[in-house]
Write a protein that binds this ligand. Structure first.
Ligand code: DC
Length: 725
């Protein structure tokens, strides 16, 4: 089922550091080789995603043991570090030969998983009579595998197509294999066929007591991925040489666990943030892949440099920023004509960047896009056209002619993570956005706030750029890009949109004001925002909005899934004190005590908090944001330049609440309200996720307003604020 759409309104800038998730390519290679090796392998930095999950599950079905361990002490900001412990099988999967039923491996839509597992299973099952079935989602059954099957049939392997000839699902029967001095495979559809054979070659060479030669017949695409496989095989002690171009010799040997393995950050995932560094001015640093990376996709940075990015390389990071700005302050983006054979995945990102150039961009030698998660050439062309571009597509190329203005559009993502991640980039301001009304569908900015010129940033590293001008206030409103089924990013980067919202938010000065209920923080925060001309986020209102809907629709407080879906789905509009939910004015309704109470209960659900994370970050807009809540400084805007903890005694807060209720003409009982506040405080402070607490000495200013008027509290915060700038 498709996930709720995500609408990204216009954003101006992006800055900051992104810790990359583990490389998918390295993760899945490491898992399989560790399972085939002798000895135990501890893998750190493994990607947690749909594609790794299907590899892990398949290996378990084959009888391998893979367990997760959490590291107690960790420097990671994203939670406890996880180590995967894989017990090597020495190439003999325990389920093979010990199971009468066929072994059933579901490989989702992971091309790498099926194409590397298949040869390993053929080798492990040789002569056992065991049967394994490999199947996936419908799209997997349209992705070619014939070249690999043909390669394995040279050895006498028995592989049957259970559906369409040349495509999964497959049934592998463990017949005896015929040793061959050379296995020939085609490499012009996918380099993964060669990778699969190379990874199984040590098993075969050991069984046959002779070297195994794997030779590519004809063209080999995506060569850097083959180098990645060779590098990983060598880490497992395999002697492998390229005796002639595209001809590889593997000596008889055991795969031996290296003991510990560290998976570097995903270079393909880096491409979106490097591109954001260009389109949003930057600098953005991607941490986890750099100059010493094994992954070919780091070469994307060179392509981006040709399009206008200034790139800085570190051993394990890459940083990108716009090299120049035009007269209206927008980054200058150059069109390119590029052979992208060496960076097939990351090159999709260039389609989005090309929309910001002035002239057509041609990406060549990308025929493999046609047989990936979807027909990527057709998909990128169709969606870029919705944005107003003129696109020419050929069997193995795409030419993108940027429009004068990008249109508001709702974009299909074809269950393809890279389509979704690439098009998120089109939410950056485009030259056409400077020319007034976009005539779009009128999607509201999350806060309904006005974007006012400024390039000021503070309180975070790397240092912001200087010298860029900014577009005028009103001209930036109106355009938005909607990403349909955004959860498709789970394939490789489950937290992509949260990270994307975070770097966009980090380009904006944020004042975070946290504190208990009725501490006066809402009133104070609103007044501070007004005084500074900043936007204002009342994050409690978001929890109250979900609470209100859950009451109206009788959704249980612990039904995290339904609550999160509501949070992602709700259409919001804030204007001053007024709040609209799906077009209905709920300003009064969300302030009811029952709603506040329920908000406090549902706020304990981690899944709901995660769903609201990017929605909150999306409120950050230049020239700045004042955000109030419980975890603004600790979780939502950890890089906020100024953080406050605002509180008052429970008695004073209860008195204030009584006055508020009486002003609204509602009856109020001081004793009951005090007890209620104390219960809510306890719940907010005790919950395991993002608890409300003041941590001294973490740059958070503490302000007790028990004896202060609102004016005094506002004046105090403004004084701290101006002292900092
Ligand atoms: O600030 P408020 O009373 O409007 O918030 C209502 C509830 O929402 C509060 O009891 C806890 C929850 N909340 C939260 O958990 N995190 C936030 N950032 C804001 C509110």
């Amino acid at each position: 089922m498709a996930s709720p759409s995500y609408t990204l309104d216009l954003r101006r800038s992006a800055i900051g550091t992104v810790q990359l998730p583990g490389s998918k390519s390295l993760s899945n290679r490491a898992l399989l080789l560790a399972a085939l090796a002798t000895g135990q392998t501890q893998i750190r930095g493994l990607l947690d995603s749909d594609d790794t999950a299907v590899m892990i599950e398949s290996l378990r079905r084959l009888g391998a043991r893979l367990d997760q361990q959490s590291l107690e002490s960790t420097s990671s900001a994203v939670g406890p570090e996880v180590i995967w412990v894989v017990e090597g099988t020495g190439g003999c999967f325990p389920s093979v030969g010990s199971q009468t039923e066929p072994i059933d491996c579901f490989i989702g839509n992971s091309g790498l998983t099926i194409r590397t597992l298949l040869p390993a299973i053929v080798a492990a099952q040789a002569g056992t009579g065991s049967v394994t079935v490999l199947r996936g989602v419908d799209r997997m059954h349209e992705r070619p595998i014939k070249d690999l099957v043909d390669g394995l049939r040279q050895l006498g392997a028995q592989i049957d197509y259970l559906g369409q000839e040349g495509y999964p699902p497959l049934r592998v029967t463990g017949v005896a294999l015929k040793p061959k001095s050379e296995i020939v495979v085609k490499g012009n559809t996918s380099s993964q066929f060669l990778t699969g054979l190379l990874q199984a070659a040590p098993q075969l060479s050991r069984q046959w007591h002779q070297p195994v030669v794997v030779r590519v017949e004809g063209e080999l695409i995506s060569r850097p991925y083959v180098d990645l496989s060779i590098g990983m095989l060598r880490q497992f002690g395999v002697a492998i040489q390229e005796s002639a171009p595209n001809c590889f010799v593997v000596q008889p040997c055991d795969l031996v666990s290296p003991g510990a393995l560290f998976v570097e950050g995903d270079a393909s995932s880096a491409s979106y943030f490097l591109a954001a560094g260009l389109l949003g001015g930057g600098p953005i640093r991607v941490q986890g892949a750099g100059r010493t990376s094994l992954q070919g996709d780091v070469q994307f940075a060179h392509a981006l440099a040709q399009m206008g990015a200034q790139i800085t390389w570190g051993d394990d990071y890459i940083e990108s920023r716009a090299a120049g700005f035009d007269a209206s302050g927008l980054p200058i983006v150059q069109a390119v004509d590029l052979d992208c054979n060496h960076i097939p995945d990351a090159a999709m990102t260039l389609v989005a960047v090309a929309l910001y150039a002035k002239t057509p961009t041609r990406l060549r030698n990308i025929g493999s896009w046609r047989v990936k998660e979807t027909d990527r050439i057709a998909a990128m062309a169709a969606e870029a056209r919705k944005l107003g571009a003129t696109v020419e597509e050929g069997p193995d190329f795409i030419v993108v002619t940027p429009p004068a203005q990008l249109r508001t559009a709702s974009l299909r993502t074809y269950d393809d993570h890279r389509v979704a991640m690439s098009f998120a980039l089109t939410s950056f301001v485009h030259a056409g956005d400077m020319d007034g009304d976009m005539g779009g569908e009128g999607v509201n900015a999350p806060g309904g706030e006005t974007v006012i010129p400024s390039v000021e940033t503070r309180g975070h590293s790397p240092e912001p750029r200087s010298g860029a001008l900014t577009p005028s206030a009103e001209s930036l409103q109106g355009r938005a890009v909607t990403i349909e089924d955004p959860a498709c990013v789970n394939k490789t980067f489950p937290t992509y949109f949260e990270e994307f919202a975070a770097v966009c938010a980090q380009a904006v000065p944020v004042i975070a004001i946290d504190g208990p209920t009725a501490s006066g923080k809402g009133t104070v925060a609103g007044r501070v925002a007004k005084a500074l001309g900043y936007a204002y986020l009342d994050s409690g209102a978001l929890y109250r909005l979900v609470a209100l809907q859950s009451l109206e629709q009788s959704v249980a407080v612990d039904d995290a899934k339904s609550l999160s879906a509501m949070a992602l789905d709700m259409q919001l509009r804030f204007e001053g004190e007024q709040v609209w939910l799906n077009g209905r004015d709920v300003s009064q309704a969300i302030r009811a005590e029952a709603v506040g109470n329920r908000a406090s209960q549902i706020a304990t659900q981690p899944m709901l908090r995660q769903a609201l994370l990017r929605r909150q970050r999306d409120f950050a807009r230049l020239p700045g944001l004042v955000a109030d809540g419980r975890d603004m400084g600790s979780v939502v805007f950890p890089k906020a330049g100024l953080k406050f903890f605002l509180t008052a005694s429970a008695e004073i807060r209860a008195e204030r609440r009584v006055l508020q209720l009486q002003a609204r003409g509602e009856s109020a009982d001081l004793g009951a309200i005090t007890a209620d506040l104390q219960a809510r405080d306890a719940r907010d402070a005790a919950r395991p996720v993002a608890p409300l607490k003041f941590v001294p000495n973490q740059g958070v200013h503490y302000l007790d307003t028990s004896d202060l008027t609102i004016d005094q509290a506002v004046a105090q915060i403004l004084a701290w604020s101006s002292a900092q700038t």
